[in-house]
Design a protein around this ligand. Structure first.
Ligand code: BTN
Length: 247
């Protein structure tokens, strides 16, 4: 892949900025990296806190020729790549919390948000912007976050170089991207899952809301989470639910 990196001092959101470039024909492999974001986007319409100095905020433009129905796999594939990259620089086992979070020692250190453009004439995927936010250097966390969030350096005990980690993310993406077509990255995704085999709390994010306990059993070929609820097997789509650990 011919990665073409552009560095920004500041932007609202690297995902928003790169989507604009993508709509104007930017090539696959364009990478936007910002020192800080004023309106970083998270999953399910949430804000992603993106202060200067401690984090990596990067978006990567891909133009895979895949059916729209398989484009949901992009986030899972990217999660495997980022987990491998974090593991490489930190020496620590990096795990994946379905579908887009990377965990070190049971705490979140990275979130991924994939946003897509659709070719309305053909109904196919025109581009995908894979946005990756990694907490690299933060050493102290507010009380309410200290049990659930961490940074790579905080866990491995030494200063991780952001530029090195960016390079590793791109290397690992290069390695895992071809497996998007046969789905073989899903085996790695399962091995790294923090959820499989555990009792979880599934939170419905629709206006009707509600939550229930279930057992996380498997991932299917589209990366959906298979759960068992009161002995009945169900398939969860990542856009509709948020998962918490059962206490
Ligand atoms: C999540 O944890 O819900 C996903 C967070 C994704 C954050 C990254 S930071 C770079 C890119 N630009 C954004 O606005 N969001 C993603």
């Amino acid at each position: 892949m011919n990665w073409q990196k552009e560095y920004l001092e500041e932007t609202d959101s690297t995902n928003r900025y790169l989507k604009e470039l993508a709509s104007n024909g930017a090539p696959e492999g364009t990478v936007i990296i910002a020192k800080k974001q004023n309106a970083g986007r998270g999953r399910l319409g949430r804000n992603f806190f993106s202060p200067e100095g401690t984090g990596i905020y990067m978006s990567i433009l891909l133009r895979p020729e895949i059916a729209l129905s398989r484009s949901v796999l992009l986030t899972s594939m990217a999660a495997v790549a980022v987990a491998c990259a974090i593991e490489r620089v930190s020496g620590l086992k990096a795990q994946i919390k379905w579908v887009n979070d990377i965990y070190l020692n049971c705490k979140k250190t990275c979130g991924i948000l994939t946003e897509s453009g659709i070719n309305t004439e053909s109904g196919s995927l025109s581009f995908a912007v894979v946005g990756i936010g990694i907490n690299v250097g933060q050493m102290e966390f507010p009380e309410e976050l200290s049990q659930i969030a961490t940074s790579v350096s905080n866990e491995c005990g030494f200063n991780v170089d952001k530029e090195l980690l960016i390079e590793e993310v791109l290397n690992e993406l290069e390695r895992w991207y071809p497996t998007l077509w046969d789905g073989s990255f899903l085996e790695e995704s399962k091995k790294r899952s923090v959820l499989l085999g555990k009792e979880i709390l599934v939170v419905d994010v629709s206006p009707e809301g509600g939550s229930y306990s279930a057992l996380a059993v498997d991932l299917n070929e589209l990366g959906n989470l298979i759960i068992e609820r009161n002995g009945v097997t169900e398939v969860l789509n990542s856009g509709e639910v948020s998962i918490r650990f059962s206490s």
